[in-house]
Every structure is written in C-alpha cells, then in structure tokens.
Ligand binder design. Structure first.
Ligand code: F6P
Length: 360
C-alpha cells in the first residue's frame, strides 16, 4: 500500500490555507505520498467520513485562492480552547473514532493546519497516539514558537489598505476615523498596520490606554492645523481595563471580541466635540488572495510538513525560526504560549519616536 498523508484545516479560515494544501500535495507527490483531504475540519474524520484524494491537478490555481477548499470550523466537538488560557479536553470517544478513521484510511501522517485552538486539539491527538504534524496558521500572529504565522501579512495588508482609504475621507471631513481590527488577545495587526498605514493613535491589548491621553493627542494635532486623526484599535484592547466582548458564549468555541472601536469613537466625539466614525474591518482581513510573503511562507511550511511526514517527525509543528530558516518545534512547546507585542520593543519605540500615541 502506498504512503498517505491526511490534511485537515481547522479554526477560522485564513489567506494561504490553500497554498499550504497545494505545497503538501505537490511535495508529497514528489516523495511518493498520496494526499487525502479531510473535509469540514476534524468532523470530517467522524462517521460519515468526508475524505478524498487530492491530486496535483486539483491544485491548479490554489496558490492565490483565499479560504480553504477543505472547509473548516472554529467551533464544535473538537474545540479545545474556550478563552484566553482556557483549554478543554476532547472526549476519549471522539479520539477513538478519529483513530479508527485514520487507520481505515491508511494515513501515515495527519497534517493539521490551524491556530492555537486547533493545534491544542492536535496535541491531544498526538498524545493519544496519532501521527500528527502541525502547521501554524492565524492572522493574529500570536503563536510564540514561530517567528510568524501565515495569513498575518495578508491581514496587515488589508488593514493598511483600509487606513489609506480612511485617510482621504477623514481629511476631507476633518473627522476622527477609528479602525477596529482583529487579532484577539494580541495587538500585532494593529501595531504593524498602524505603523505602515500612518495611524496617529494605535491602541493594543499590551498597552493600557486612557481616554484623556487620546483626546490630548487629537487636540495637539488640531493645534498644529491637522484637523483629522486616524486611530487604529485592536479588538482585544481594554477600555477601562475590560475587553469588549460581542458574544461571551463559550460552550463549544472561544468568546467573540468586538465593539471597542464604536465605544472609543463615541467617547472621542462626546469629549472633544470632533465628529468621529468607526469602521470595523472584520472578516475582510481573513478573505482574498494571500500576499507574496504569505505565499512563500505557506509553500515553505507545506514542504517542511511533508519532509517531517517522510521522516516520521510527529508531535511537532513546522516553524519559521529566528534565523529565517524552516524548522520545527514540539507541539507542547507551541500551544498555549501566546506571543504578544513587547510594549518596550523596537516596533513600539519606533512608533513612539514618530509621535504615534498609544493612549498611555
Ligand atoms: O483567530 C482569528 C480571528 O479572526 C480573530 O482575530 C477573531 O477574534 C476571531 O478569529 C473571529 O472569529 P469568528 O470568525 O468566529 O468571528
């Protein structure tokens, strides 16, 4: 019987998932593997099993296509994360079913492409004896064990494009424009996009902010004749020390953040008298074709995952090392270690040097 790699995508979708799948199928083919695509996230491993072979021909056009051809889920029975630092054990019965399917399909390896939540489930699968390999995905860029996750660069590009557009409308109307971006408990998207998109105020979960400091910055700009202000805020930034949660249900998924942008715009308008508007960028950040950076990262991640499958290197996650080279790290050292923005790091200091305000 030929060698087989199963591939499954889990968690929220993210630009570049298809590019990783493509790299696995093509590199796998070169190394004598057939790739089996599992449909609909981990649920595709339960009866009725949804799994079929993916051919090199099926990969045409996938390098640039957003989303995942396999489908995904960030809630349900395989959800092992419900909040910051809160994990849940997947039931032994589900694990047994997954094990049986993997045996029935004859998979030599299961490549799991996902973020912290999905990889936490992958670790539990590995610990129950399955030949699992992880690939780090998330626009949030919050996994500590890799220098970068794929999808992040594309999300930042989307946020920068939004800031460019907001600049001209803010300037025309002398308004304050607030852009709320994703990122969950980390401020990477807001920090990078704010710097690259020329935001005047950047608000992130890692830096405690207060409204008077924000208003002071807006007034200081007015005093120099700059009658508009651009604010970018991460969804996880804390207003009065509290995250704004749009849905706190965590029965079988993580809580949903969102709404801080509107709250801030309202307060700014109330306290400064400046007309203010909020735009929530939302899932636009997760859609569309990956940037050239994400395409190469996805391709390298996919090829590395196949190499690991060929070498029986299981229980590990593919990672971009500080050297810029591909490598791997144990899943147990990769999950539940959130990487956040260093408030005293070079990125933030650079922004401060330019006079960008962090509301502190
Ligand atoms: O983790 C990726 C992410 O896009 C977060 O930035 C965001 O908080 C969350 O997923 C949104 O999830 P959903 O697609 O369920 O609204």
């Amino acid at each position: 019987m030929g060698k087989k790699i199963g591939v499954v995508t889990g968690g929220g979708d993210c630009p570049g998932l298809n590019a990783v799948i493509r790299a696995i199928v093509k590199a796998g083919d070169m190394q004598g593997f057939t790739t089996i695509g599992i449909r609909g996230g981990f649920d595709g491993l339960l009866t009725p099993v949804r799994a079929d072979p993916l051919t090199v021909r099926d990969m045409d056009g996938l390098l640039i296509r957003g989303g995942t051809i396999l489908g995904t889920a960030n809630s349900g029975r395989f959800s092992s994360k419900t909040g910051q630092g809160e994990t849940r054990k997947i039931s032994a019965d589900l694990m047994t079913q997954v094990q049986q399917t993997i045996e029935a399909l004859g998979l030599n390896a299961l490549v799991v492409i996902g973020g912290d939540g999905t990889l936490t489930t992958a670790l539990q699968m590995y610990e129950s004896g399955l030949p699992v390999i992880g690939v780090p995905k998330t626009i949030d860029n919050d996994l500590d064990a890799t220098q970068q996750t794929f999808g992040f660069d594309t999300a930042v590009a989307c946020a920068v494009d939004a800031l460019d557009r907001l600049h001209s409308t803010a300037q025309s109307h002398n308004r304050v424009m607030v852009l709320e971006v994703m990122g969950r408990y980390a401020g990477w998207i807001a920090a990078y996009a704010g710097l690259a998109g020329g935001a005047d105020i950047i608000l992130i979960p890692e830096i405690k902010f207060n409204m008077p400091a924000i208003e002071k910055k807006i007034r200081a700009r007015e005093a120099t004749g700059k009658l508009f202000t651009i604010v970018i805020v991460a969804e996880g930034a804390k207003l009065d020390d509290t995250m704004v949660v749009s849905d706190d249900d965590k029965t079988d998924r993580e809580i949903r953040l969102g709404g801080i942008g509107y709250a801030i715009a309202e307060k700014i308008q109330e306290n400064t008298g400046k007309e203010s508007r909020c735009v929530v960028l939302g899932h636009l950040q997760r859609g569309g074709p990956p940037t050239h950076w994400d395409r190469q990262l996805c391709t390298r991640f996919g090829v590395q995952a196949v190499d690991m499958a060929a070498n029986g290197n299981f229980g590990k996650m593919v990672a971009l090392k500080p050297s810029g080279m591909m490598g791997s790290v144990h899943l147990k050292d990769a999950v539940n270690r959130i990487r956040t923005v260093d408030p005293d790091g070079e990125l933030i200091l650079t922004a401060r040097t330019l006079g960008i305000c962090f509301g502190d």
